[in-house]
Design a protein around this ligand. Structure first.
Ligand code: PNS
Length: 165
């Protein structure tokens, strides 16, 4: 059974993430999307909300499962019985950090390899951070995130703005 884990923050999931999920799922028997529950970062969405949004947008892919995790990605990969980590590379600026992570992960567990997918050109500039920035200033994010996610982002940002006033 070939299993891969695609770890990330997914705060929120973008069309770029979804494209990687679809392409990686086509290569393996099972793809587990691991949503990092990171106490050090303050995400826009709770880990439960991020899991739910990912479930909503991946419902059409039968061999994809969404799980929350905390701690080291490579430990989660081991717990899942997976052999691969999936990551997307958007531009050369991603490369240094991604290479360092892949090499660190492999030094921790030599049974785990990282598979890199180059993002589709039309998604290459999209990041969760950019999505939140555009939404904060009232811009159109419908080209950046799946349709099910658009209102979740606007509503949460509006709620945060109200909280801060
Ligand atoms: O979506 P992101 O924020 O780019 O994903 C980064 C992620 C979650 C893959 C990375 O921060 C991670 O693996 N964190 C878990 C802790 C860990 O394993 N760190 C060591 C990697 S060298």
């Amino acid at each position: 059974m070939k299993r891969a884990v695609y770890p990330g923050s997914f705060d929120p999931v973008t069309k770029g993430h979804l494209d990687i999920i679809e392409r990686a799922a086509a290569l393996v028997d099972e793809l587990i999307v691991g949503v990092l529950n990171n106490n050090k970062k303050t995400p826009l969405f709770s880990v439960e909300e991020r899991v739910k949004m990912l479930e909503d947008v991946t419902g059409h892919i039968p061999n994809v499962r969404i799980e929350a995790f905390s701690g080291l990605s490579v430990e989660f990969v081991r717990q899942c019985g997976a052999q691969f980590i999936v990551r997307g590379l958007r531009a050369v600026t991603d490369f240094e950090y991604e290479l360092q992570m892949a090499q660190t992960n492999r030094s921790i567990d030599r049974g785990v390899d990282t598979l890199f997918f180059t993002t589709e050109l039309n998604y290459a500039y999209i990041s969760s951070t950019i999505v939140k920035e555009v939404a904060f200033y009232g811009g159109d994010i419908s080209g950046f995130v799946p349709p099910q996610v658009v209102d979740c982002v606007y509503n949460r940002i509006q709620a945060k703005k109200r909280e801060n006033n």
